[in-house]
Design a protein around this ligand. Structure first.
Ligand SMILES: [Zn+2]
Length: 376
């Protein structure tokens, strides 16, 4: 899901800054230097975990090797705090860049991730080694935080909870998009979903005209047709599938959800998030969306090369970016339909811009939303 090199760079940086406790540092160094390890986001090799086991592991005596049944939970305050912290970190979406490596030589399953600190900007590198893929026995656990020496800090716990959640949901990888064999089939129960941009948070007395939304719903099929026409022109010789998506929750950022209009699969290109708009404005003005790109307050604009693009400052851009992040996809199609013409554009995921957004969303969630919910 993320390039392994990013994680390696983070670890190298941490090593340079000497923030690692010495034994964690040497252990992580050892794993890093093992060039035979191939990392990817598939978690099939991780032994089957249970909440009881994770609780046992985090609350039991510090030990490098533990099996499921040989330890009684120790509910001392300190251990309970580790569990609470792990739960908080996981729920706040602090676990990212989870990669696994199954060493064929010695059966060991390595898992590593980046885990954000609960209050600071700091991130830590967490490494876990399971003895084998059959039974959940931790060979060793390391974290670059100071408590990481105990092998049972909140960050290690947060990674275990993230793995557990993915296993519970039946994901074969930490990205919900890698489920075999394809994008999930439409839910059998019809549920009403809407775009984040369509959420109206306002006082009851203020009414908002539903005309735009209505028009959008009416013409979503037209917009999808226009997109498919465009895609077939470009990739006509490939296998192409357009899926309805429904609500997507990424287990690594459980406080965020997205409901893309469609998910598109193009053989050789992979999966794309699809966001479709119907341009009411162009209906009124009897103009093609691309002709409106120069108009102020319109979400299409022209770049330096005079190409019509979605305005990178507009909410719709951040909507598409968020959908890609939640769905863990790197590419999107943004389509605008009107009866006078269409605009179809491919958008690449921008990690830097997303990191910035994610930080704000996370801070809103923890500092304001949770506070609000707790006060109710
Ligand atoms: Zn830690």
């Amino acid at each position: 899901m993320y390039a392994g090199s990013d994680v390696l760079r983070d670890i190298s940086k941490a090593v340079e800054n000497s923030i690692l406790p010495s034994s964690s540092r040497s252990e992580i160094d050892k794993i890093l230097k093992n060039k035979t390890l191939k990392w990817d986001d598939k978690i099939d090799g991780v032994p089957k975990l249970s909440l009881g086991w994770v609780t046992n592991y985090l609350t039991g005596e510090p030990a490098s090797k533990m099996s499921t049944h040989d330890q009684q939970p120790d509910w001392s305050d300190m251990h309970r705090r580790v569990l609470d912290r792990a739960d908080g970190l996981f729920n706040a979406g602090k676990v990212t860049r989870v990669l696994c490596s199954n060493s064929e030589a010695d059966d060991i399953v390595n898992v590593k991730c980046t885990c954000g600190a609960s209050m600071k900007q700091q991130t830590y590198t967490v490494m876990l080694q399971f003895l084998n893929k059959r039974t959940p026995v931790v060979e060793s656990a390391h974290c670059t935080c100071l408590a990481g020496l105990s092998q049972k800090c909140g960050h290690v716990g947060a990674l275990l909870l993230a793995l557990l959640e993915c296993q519970k949901k039946g994901y074969s990888s930490m990205s919900c998009t890698s489920r075999d064999p394809s994008w999930p089939a439409p839910a059998s129960k019809k549920t009403e979903s809407c775009q984040v941009s369509d959420l109206v948070i306002e006082k009851k007395s203020v009414s908002k005209t539903p005309r735009t939304k209505e028009f959008g719903r009416e013409h979503e099929g037209d917009a999808a047709d226009a997109l498919m026409q465009h895609v077939y022109e470009e990739y006509g010789d490939r296998n192409i599938v357009l899926y309805h998506s429904g609500l997507v929750i990424n287990p690594l950022m459980p406080f965020l959800a997205a409901s893309p209009d469609r998910i598109l699969y193009i053989e050789g290109e992979g999966y794309f998030v699809v966001e479709l708009k119907s341009s009411l404005k162009s209906e009124n003005l009897k103009q093609c969306p691309t002709e409106l790109a120069d108009a102020s307050n319109y979400y299409l604009t022209v770049d330096e090369e005079d190409t019509v693009i979605l305005d990178r400052e507009h909410n719709y851009y951040f909507q598409v970016l968020g959908q890609m992040a939640v769905c863990n996809l790197k590419k999107a199609f943004f389509g605008v339909w009107s009866s006078y013409g269409c605009h179809i554009e491919q958008i690449e995921f921008d990690q830097v811009v997303w990191d910035e957004c994610y930080e704000k969303l996370q801070s809103f969630y923890t500092k304001h939303y949770m506070k609000f919910v707790n006060s109710q």
